[in-house]
Design a protein around this ligand. Structure first.
Ligand code: ADP
Length: 479
């Protein structure tokens, strides 16, 4: 806006001064023409006076000339009128001359005949300039001398120009202020305000608000931009949901393979028990009642085991609500543990929950946190090749709850640490890893306002993932 104001100011001043200069120039030309006309008319009067005193004495001629000049001086308003002879000597002047003639060249031109000539002369002690006009005097077709008419050159031209200059300057300043004020108002309303909304929305997105909306009003272009932004956030949110779901289904797939394997044993046992009972029924009840009861109890226990495993898997695979609620993190770790326990790759893995019996509550979506933990625990079990201890600890730090998941695997090298949170980065063989687990887990945790990091690599210490989560509201400790 300041730039625009400066440009306006410069533009108005430049055009204004050019216009003033042109006006001043034309005034000057007019004034010169007027002086020349005046000189010509004075010359005619003097010639007429000389002609009427053809045979008079020089003193008579001079006295008559003076009275002619005097009356012309009164009627024309000139500063001075003089009559000069062919030798440039002054014959008569009105008012009486004040200084010598310094216009020798111009005077010679006039004495050579032809149209009047003009020249400017600076007053010895003043700023004002005088305009001198010379016209030859012809008496009976013969050049007999010249008249000099002196008028003020500056007035009124320069005074008018000076006044106009000030008006121009004031106008330019007023215009510049108008441009500045109006421009600022228009710019703020039409550009700055919508841009501010866009900036706040993008900042909110960066801070984890995944669907900020901007009002779709204001100028057409900004309304279109706001609408495009709103559509983009909606479609980003949908895509994000799809990626989270895809990754979850990949985990479900892995778990389902383990489950299928796991329920094979109880199913085989159930079939065995059913065969025993059928044989018993065919042989009309040879089994003692207690043994029959025991066989039926075993069938029930095995069926319940299968039921539990499948229920947990179904529970996990259900789409979970995203709304964060105060959640018992320990219970979520335990449910992940229950889900993973039947997996053959977890058979030789020990999961230790450190940090006491009661953990602080965290403000998360329990289903989503379970997805993150299942992913971290599966990765840990894979890194340890299904054998070792995973320690999950919980502590409070700086108003946040910090969960760490440490395993006894080879750890993640500093070079890979930079890449593991990138989507599709995996070191697993094709079909075993999507490379989405950690990137999706991080985006889930960030949507709660938390962070997911990996601790710096220490040779021989395994990998340690650090989950920082916001504390749940209300009671900090769960009972
Ligand atoms: P995926 O498990 O499908 O490969 P992730 O994003 O979950 O995808 O993991 C990316 C990569 O990070 C893994 O392929 C593995 O190389 C590395 N990684 C993850 N967790 C661990 C861990 N606990 N120990 C060693 N490496 C790990």
């Amino acid at each position: 806006m300041l730039g625009m104001t400066a440009v306006t100011l410069v533009a108005i001043l430049t055009t204004g001064y050019i216009a003033l200069w042109a006006a001043g120039d034309s005034l000057r030309v007019q004034r010169e023409a007027m002086a020349a006309t005046l000189a010509a008319s004075v010359s005619r009067s003097v010639a007429a006076d000389w002609a009427s005193h053809g045979q008079g004495t020089a003193a008579d001629k001079r006295a008559s000339l003076r009275s002619v000049l005097r009356s012309l001086h009164e009627s024309t308003g000139a500063i001075g009128l003089s009559v000069l002879d062919m030798d440039r000597g002054e014959i008569a002047s009105w008012p009486p001359r004040r200084d010598g003639d310094r216009d020798a060249i111009v005077l010679s031109t006039a004495l050579a005949g032809g149209p009047p000539v003009v020249n400017y002369r600076q007053e010895p002690h003043g700023r004002e300039t005088e305009l001198l006009a010379y016209a030859p005097i012809e008496v009976a077709g013969q050049l007999s001398g010249a008249v000099r008419v002196t008028i003020a050159a500056a007035e009124p031209t320069q005074a008018v120009l000076r006044r106009s200059g000030w008006v121009l300057l004031l106008l330019a300043i007023a215009d510049a202020l108008l441009v500045l004020g109006l421009g600022l108002f228009v710019l703020t309303q039409l550009v700055v305000r919508p841009l501010g909304q866009l900036r706040r929305a993008t900042a909110a997105m960066a801070a984890g608000d995944l669907e900020p909306r901007i009002p779709e009003d204001g100028p057409k272009e900004f309304a279109a931009l706001a609408s495009a932004f709103n559509q983009m956030t909606v479609s980003l949110a949908v895509q994000r949901e799809q990626i989270i779901r895809t990754e979850k289904l990949a985990s479900v797939g892995q778990l389902a393979a383990g489950v299928a394997h796991e329920i094979g044993n109880p199913l085989a046992a159930i079939l065995g028990y059913i065969d025993i009972l059928r044989a018993d029924a065919a042989g009309k009840g040879e089994l003692p009642p207690a043994e029959r009861q025991d066989t039926l109890d075993r069938v029930k226990a095995e069926t319940q085991r299968i039921h539990r495993i499948i229920r947990e898997l179904l529970e996990f695979s259900r789409p979970s609500h995203e709304e964060p609620v105060a959640t018992d993190a320990r219970r979520v770790v335990q449910s992940a543990q229950a889900l993973l326990a039947p997996q053959s790759r977890f058979r030789d893995v020990r999961l230790v929950l450190a940090g006491g019996e009661s953990w602080p509550r965290v403000l998360v979506s329990p289903g989503r946190l379970a997805q993150v933990l299942v992913n971290l625990l599966l990765n840990a079990a894979d890194a340890m090749a299904g054998k070792g201890t995973i320690v999950v600890t919980c502590e409070e730090a700086e108003g946040k709850v910090v969960l760490t998941i440490a395993d006894e695997g080879p750890g993640v090298t500093p070079e890979n640490q930079r890449k593991i949170f990138d989507p599709f980065f995996t070191t697993k063989v094709v079909g075993q890893g999507t490379g989405l687990g950690l990137s999706v887990s991080r985006s889930i945790v960030e949507s709660f306002g938390g962070t997911l990091e990996i601790a710096p690599f220490v040779e021989g210490q395994g990998a340690k993932f650090v989950l920082t989560l916001p504390r749940g509201e209300g009671a900090w400790r769960c009972s």
